[in-house]
Design a protein around this ligand. Structure first.
Ligand code: ZN
Length: 252
């Protein structure tokens, strides 16, 4: 959550924070102020429970590459190179079979990579992208995004009369709405940049190829024409590639 880009074939805005264009949920944004207040009452335990449920529901409604399939084997291999824990949580990698270009990670270690992204990236590039998503988790962005998604979602309406939130007994439709809002969440420009740097540092510490992060951005720049959406505060893919190139050149 991400890179985002326009999926050329379907003209569907995929929620990938690496690029740009994304429809902005005006209605949701307007009501966000009051709802976000209540969402702030979610405890860490509730948030974890909510995230577990959201991940499970997302899996249930997605086409998952079977264990041992080509896509799954490739992702598991890449995952091992990045470590089996993210932010203290066991990393759980799955491929969603879809043409959309996307990847995201939830704070509970639920990492999902879409086959449309895997088709356009080589292994080094995927490591860079996944490292970026892991960065969002490690830096607390994913947790915040889930909390915000909850505040904007129908799930929030489960709050009882006294305003206490509850994460128990959410139905599929509420969880689906929550997950969609999480996946489409906009990260700020500084969050995106920080996650890019996190990925760079992680790749470097593990002695992995740093150039993949550059070419991943360059490929995404081609998809989004190298420009950020005007409504988005995201740095453009071109600028992000340049930043990583500068760091490689500087050797740090
Ligand atoms: Zn991102």
């Amino acid at each position: 959550m991400t890179f985002r880009t326009i999926h050329a074939a379907l003209l569907v805005a995929a929620s990938f924070c690496f690029t740009s264009a994304q429809a902005f949920d005006i209605g949701g944004a307007i009501s966000a102020g009051s709802k976000a207040l209540k969402a702030a009452t979610l405890s860490d335990a509730d948030l974890k429970e909510l995230t577990d449920q959201a991940c499970q529901e997302s899996d249930k409604t997605s086409k998952i590459a079977p264990a041992g399939s080509k896509y799954d084997a490739r992702l598991q291999k890449l995952g091992k190179q990045l470590g089996d824990k993210i932010d203290g949580q066991a990393a759980n990698y799955k491929v969603y079979l879809t043409d959309d270009v996307n990847a995201w990670a939830m704070a509970n270690g639920c990492i999902r990579v879409y086959s449309g992204l895997m088709d356009m990236m080589n292994d080094d590039e995927l490591l860079g992208v996944i490292g970026h998503e892991i960065g969002h988790v490690a830096l607390g962005h994913s947790k915040k995004a889930m909390q915000t998604a909850y505040g904007l979602s129908a799930a929030r309406d489960m709050a009882d009369a006294s305003g206490n939130s509850t994460v128990k007994g959410l139905n599929s439709s509420q969880l689906g709405d929550l997950t969609e809002k999480f996946i489409n969440a906009q990260f700020s420009q500084s969050q995106e940049s920080a996650s890019d740097d996190y990925s760079f540092d992680m790749l470097k510490a593990r002695k992995l190829n740093l150039q993949g992060l550059v070419t991943a951005f360059q490929k995404l720049a081609k998809l989004d024409g190298g420009k950020s959406d005007m409504m988005s505060s995201h740095p453009s893919s071109t600028d992000r590639a340049k930043h990583i190139e500068d760091r490689i050149a500087a050797g740090k």
